[in-house]
Each structure stands twice: as structure tokens, then as C-alpha cells.
Design a protein around this ligand. Structure first.
Ligand code: GDP
Length: 411
């Protein structure tokens, strides 16, 4: 399981602004590279008559991943000051949003990289918007390739202002704007002597100030039921504890009906347990013979999530076939499945240009993002995405195809 002090972040920015180079540089300067990897990258660079090209390292890791050699396919680790960081690979914005919304990977912070020479580009805006839409508030802005602009302070300030002005329109406030050269290592792990006018943090120092999200174990209990088995005539409810801790003799409430009972036993891999915590798949039996079923959510008495049949959400539409307000569609949230409809779309954006393309819209199409209101046929258990992501994200499914991902912003 993930260690508590791991911090997961994603590096986003326009293509060629230096994401791979920055990752390579972070690896190199924190000695996180296995020596054989470094030798290989050096040899490849030499062959092409260039200095060590960190981007090669990333391509190399990518290849390895494609061949299925590394076990974890989306995450890269490095360590500094005894803190472990996980860089989540974001191959493209659609994949990134999909991963975030489905919980395949969960970034807690982001580095936004901007080329000092080129300034903001379309993807810089697009990616920033996605960070805002996903509720990612911890953003470190790095202005890269300062070597190409002679480490000029004026140029840095201009790009910084451009980025800050844009971010403020989407309610992201960044504490860090760091002038770097990923290629030469300026202000990444080491302070740059070529930019004595800059006295702020290096990239690594800025990481130390990032805060971990409350880890799932420290949150309230959320245990969505996946299935029910009959074992020796007794019902056993199985599922994965999404957050919090479940104990024997604990008083629980079963949503949506709200019936209360007590946990009699917990089983994991055929072994009796006294408790189970976030991330563990378990089976339980209860004192009262309640009809608990797939899609029910078990919680702690007094700490129930919201039970509602309407809520506000940000939805990213990811299907060629669009959606018309009022159309019935299946909503899946944890193990809950319910028919729903979008009642209204207050605003929608084009995810690449970020233009507002409609207010009070009556439809949403491929790659558009909508701020909207969802109405479900029956009440379901939900939380705000920022509080408990496990119960705050959902997908919309039509004809067995996932066509949108959403996060709950308020209820
Ligand atoms: P990505 O597409 O964002 O991953 O960008 P890459 O890391 O592949 O970098 C794109 C190009 O910019 C490569 O040729 C890099 O060598 C170059 N590059 C990256 N960082 C710097 C830098 O700090 N200074 C200079 N001069 N070039 C850089």
C-alpha cells in the first residue's frame, strides 16, 4: 500500500516545453536513477552527438512500460529529504482526466511548465483549466528554458505575469513561480548562480511545502458493497473499504435505506479480522439479517455522507455522440448505479480553447466540459470530490460505454 508521506503529482504543460527533461533532471539530481539507466541514456546521447538528453530517459521508461516490464504502468518514483514523490504520467489531457476521474491515479499537486521563450500556449491553458476543473489547488509554476532567454529577469517577469493573470481567471493561485533550466539544472535541485536576481525556492524546495491530502484511512468510513454471497446459510457482504476503518462490533448504517446494525465479523483472504482499513477488500457479516445488496454503502453512524437525488458537478464529455439535457443515462459512483439525467448545464467550455461556448446550454458534446446539475432517479450517497474523492467522482454510461466522467462540486 502507498506510504503515508508519498506525494503524488503530475507535470503538465505544452508539448516540448520540457516535461520529460524536468523529470529526467529531478531523477538525476536526486540520485534516483539506477546507474545502468544513466549509462544507457548517456550512450544514446553520445551517439547522436548531443549532451545528456533527459528526454531519452523518459522515452526509455515509456518503452519499458509498453513492454509491460515495470509493474506499475503509470507512476514513477523519486526521493528527496526522505520524502517520496510519485510522478503520475500524463500522456494526454483526455487520459489524465480519465485517470483522475476514475481514480486510476490521483494527483495531489501539479507542476505547470511554461517555456520562457514561447510563453503560454494553447495546451498550457487547456491543462491549467483541467487542473482547476479537477479541483487541484496546489500548483507550482516553473518557467523553463531560462538559458534560451539569457536568464533574463524581465522575460521571466513577463511570462510569470501572463501565467498568473490567466490562472487567476480560473481561481488557481500559485505560491511558486520558479525560473529554471531543466536542461542545465538551474533552480531544479540546486540554486542557480546564473539567476542571482531570484531568491525564491528551487523546484525541490517547493515540493517540500506541498501538503498531502488527508489519507483515506483518516477519513470517515465508506464501504460500498460490491456483491453478496451466501456462506453456510449466512449472508456475507463483500467490497473494498474506500476510506476509513471498519471494526467488529462497530455500529453501522446502510445507505440508502438508512437501516442500522452492528458488524459481527470481518474476513479477509479467509481469515478473521478485527478491523479493516481503506484499500482492503473484505467480507463482513452483520448482527441483524438486513437485506444488504450490491450498490449499498456502509458508513459509520453519525458520519453519513450526503444522501441526495440532485447535485452539482463538473463533467468532461468523452464520447463522439453528444448528450441532450433530459436524456436518461446510467450513473456509476463507487458501486452505486442509478439512472439519472442532467437537468441543466449552467456553463460549458471547449476544453482546448477554454472558451465559454454556452450558458444555459441544452447539450454537451465531445471534449466539452460542463458545469451542470444532475438529478438521479433514487437518492444516492455522495461526497464532494475534494473531501472524499472515492465517493465524489462518477462516470456516465450509455450502451455499456463510458461517455463522461464527472466530479461532484456541491450538493
Ligand atoms: P516535453 O514534450 O514537454 O516532454 O518536452 P521535452 O522534455 O521532450 O523537451 C523538448 C525539447 O526542449 C528537447 O529537445 C529538450 O532538450 C529541450 N529542453 C528541455 N528543457 C530545456 C531547457 O531548460 N533549455 C533548453 N535550451 N532546452 C530544453
Amino acid at each position: 500500500m502507498q506510504k503515508r508521506d508519498d506525494l503524488k503529482f503530475v507535470i503538465v504543460g505544452h508539448v516540448d516545453h520540457g516535461k520529460s527533461t524536468l523529470i529526467g533532471r529531478l531523477f538525476f539530481d536526486t540520485n534516483s536513477l539506477p546507474p545502468d539507466k544513466m549509462a544507457e541514456v548517456e550512450a544514446m546521447s553520445k551517439e547522436l552527438g548531443r549532451r545528456v538528453e533527459f528526454a531519452f530517459l523518459m522515452d526509455h521508461l515509456q518503452e519499458e512500460r509498453e513492454q509491460g516490464i515495470t509493474i506499475d504502468t503509470t507512476q514513477i518514483f523519486f526521493e528527496s529529504n526522505n520524502k517520496e514523490y510519485v510522478i503520475i504520467d500524463a500522456p494526454g489531457h483526455v487520459a489524465f482526466v480519465k485517470n483522475m476521474i476514475t481514480g486510476a491515479s490521483q494527483a495531489e499537486a501539479a507542476v505547470l511548465i511554461v517555456d520562457a521563450d514561447e510563453g503560454m500556449q494553447e495546451q498550457t491553458r487547456r491543462h491549467s483549466y483541467i487542473l482547476a476543473m479537477l479541483g487541484l489547488k496546489q500548483v507550482i509554476v516553473v518557467i523553463n528554458k531560462m538559458d534560451l532567454v539569457d536568464y533574463n529577469e524581465e522575460r521571466f517577469k513577463n511570462v510569470k505575469d501572463e501565467v498568473a493573470n490567466f490562472l487567476s481567471t480560473i481561481s488557481i493561485e500559485s505560491e511558486f513561480y520558479i525560473p529554471i533550466s531543466a536542461m542545465h539544472g538551474d533552480n531544479v535541485a540546486k540554486r542557480s548562480e546564473r539567476m542571482s536576481w531570484y531568491s525564491g525556492s528551487t523546484v525541490l524546495e517547493s515540493f517540500d511545502s506541498l501538503e498531502n491530502r488527508l489519507s483515506p484511512e483518516d477519513k470517515e468510513l465508506i464501504f460500498p458493497i460490491q456483491d453478496v454471497y451466501k456462506v453456510n446459510g449466512k449472508r456475507m457482504e463483500v467490497g473494498r473499504v474506500e476510506s476509513g476503518t471498519l471494526r467488529t462490533d462497530q455500529k453501522i448504517v446502510v445507505l440508502p435505506r438508512g437501516e442500522k446494525t452492528t458488524v459481527s465479523s470481518i474476513e479477509r483472504f479467509m481469515e478473521e479480522r478485527l478491523e479493516a482499513t481503506a484499500g482492503e477488500s473484505i467480507g463482513i457479516t452483520t448482527k441483524d439479517p438486513l437485506f444488504i445488496d450490491r450498490g449499498n454503502v456502509i458508513c459509520e453512524v453519525g458520519k453519513e455522507p450526503t444522501l441526495t437525488d440532485d447535485f452539482k458537478a463538473n463533467v468532461f464529455w468523452l464520447s463522439k455522440k453528444g448528450y441532450k439535457v433530459g436524456e436518461k443515462i446510467l450513473l456509476k459512483l463507487a458501486t452505486q448505479e442509478v439512472l439519472c439525467k442532467v437537468e441543466s448545464i449552467s456553463r460549458k467550455f471547449n476544453s482546448s480553447t477554454l472558451e465559454v461556448i454556452g450558458e444555459d446550454a441544452d447539450s454537451i458534446d465531445n471534449l466539452e466540459v460542463g458545469e451542470l446539475v444532475v438529478k438521479t432517479k433514487h437518492p444516492i450517497a455522495i461526497k464532494n470530490f475534494n473531501d472524499v474523492p472515492e465517493l465524489g467522482r462518477f462516470v456516465l454510461v450509455r450502451d455499456d460505454n463510458v461517455c463522461a466522467g464527472g466530479i461532484i462540486t456541491s450538493n
